[in-house]
Design a protein around this ligand. Structure first.
Ligand SMILES: *Cc1c(COP(=O)(O)O)cnc(C)c1O
Length: 339
């Protein structure tokens, strides 16, 4: 199957499978797992932070970040499109009693600082207390500009807020901008990273922050049932994700650009090429074409996509250029037989 639904479908590499089989492990709830400890130290160092925490998912890492920065009845500011607002089951509200205050994302994925300012609540007993700003990078495949990150950080500081980055795909941003991870992470008080998307590890994310934040998050992780025992089996794959899978993300970006360029030539599709900055292509199907019919046609040809009027096609390690040529040919064939 050529699976373009997400970069979460990536298979672990052979090297990961070998490392998992031979990983030194211990009980991580006692702090005894050498492979987890090594992964947490490596991630903290790469991001220029004091500490990191290995989590079962990005959703858990974001929830721990929100709950570690905020108390019950506090509020965080985020984008309408933020994963930790829209796509995480309302966990901040349900499990953290933390109120989200979303504002619209700008076309480039950023949050307008004056709109954020207007949402910061005064110190008055009518209001939840605003504590935190949460940004996302990349967002919808788009990379937040470094200048904007610096401005957002100053803004947070001036208003006495903390600032978190949902960096599930932050390595895509760093590779695209050709900067070390620290050039992005230095603007935040905490950051999450997914190991199981484009970096191809089977399971796991990291929350990165200072010692005090990570200590609070470690306690909360146990409370949420996320304390894992010989988790070094998973961390060993995550280690190779950080060491071996980051630079190659540029191949995925080139492939997305290629796919977008080819699809943009078809009258039946609208492709916003300026939005194709990393590994995602968004293509809107013009009337009267039906996304479900396209999905079914492609599925029969061994190509898997999510059906939606605006298709999201994601490139990743298990997609080759020749796979994309097949995808392009089959999309053309579908339009030819439905015109
Ligand atoms: C995937 C994703 C997450 C959550 O990660 P899971 O491991 O799927 O829980 C969080 N934020 C963003 C931006 C993501 O893309």
């Amino acid at each position: 199957m050529i699976d373009l639904r997400s970069d979460t479908v990536t298979q672990p590499t052979e090297a990961m499978r070998r490392a998992m089989a031979s990983a030194p492990v211990g009980d991580d709830v006692y702090g005894d797992d050498p492979s987890v400890n090594k992964l947490e130290e490596s991630a903290a160092e790469m991001a220029g932070f004091e500490a990191a925490l290995f989590t079962s998912s990005g959703t858990q890492a974001n929830l721990l970040a929100l709950m570690s920065h905020c108390q019950r009845g506090d509020e965080y500011l985020c984008g309408q499109q933020a994963h930790n607002y829209r796509y995480e089951g309302g966990g901040a509200a349900v499990l953290g009693s933390i109120q989200p205050q979303p504002v619209d994302n700008q076309p480039d994925g950023s949050l307008c600082l004056s709109q954020l300012a207007a949402q910061i609540k005064p110190d008055d007993c009518h209001f939840a207390q605003t504590r935190l700003i949460s940004l996302e990078n990349t967002i919808g495949g788009k990379v937040l500009p470094l200048d904007y990150l610096a401005d957002a950080q100053s803004f947070a500081f001036e208003h006495g807020l903390k600032i978190h980055l949902d960096g599930a795909r932050v390595f895509n941003a760093a590779v695209k901008q050709q900067v070390p991870l620290t050039r992005i992470s230095q603007h935040f008080d905490s950051m999450t990273i997914c190991l199981s998307k484009g970096l191809a590890a089977p399971v796991g994310s990291l929350l990165i922050g200072d010692e005090a934040l990570i200590t609070r998050a470690r306690r909360l992780r146990k409370m949420l049932g996320g304390g894992m025992r010989q988790a070094g089996i998973l961390a060993a794959a995550g280690q190779l994700a950080l060491e071996q899978q980051v630079e190659r993300l540029s191949i995925d970006h080139d492939n997305a650009n290629y796919l977008a360029r080819e699809l943009a030539q078809l009258d039946e599709l609208d492709v916003d090429r300026s939005a194709v900055q990393t590994n995602m292509v968004f293509a809107t199907l013009n009337q009267p074409h039906n996304p479900n019919a396209l999905q079914q046609h492609l599925e029969q040809q061994g190509i898997r996509i999510s059906a939606a009027n605006t298709l999201r096609l994601v490139t990743h390690k298990d997609i080759e250029r020749s796979d994309l040529d097949k995808v392009i040919d089959q999309i053309k064939a579908f339009f030819a037989s439905n015109s």
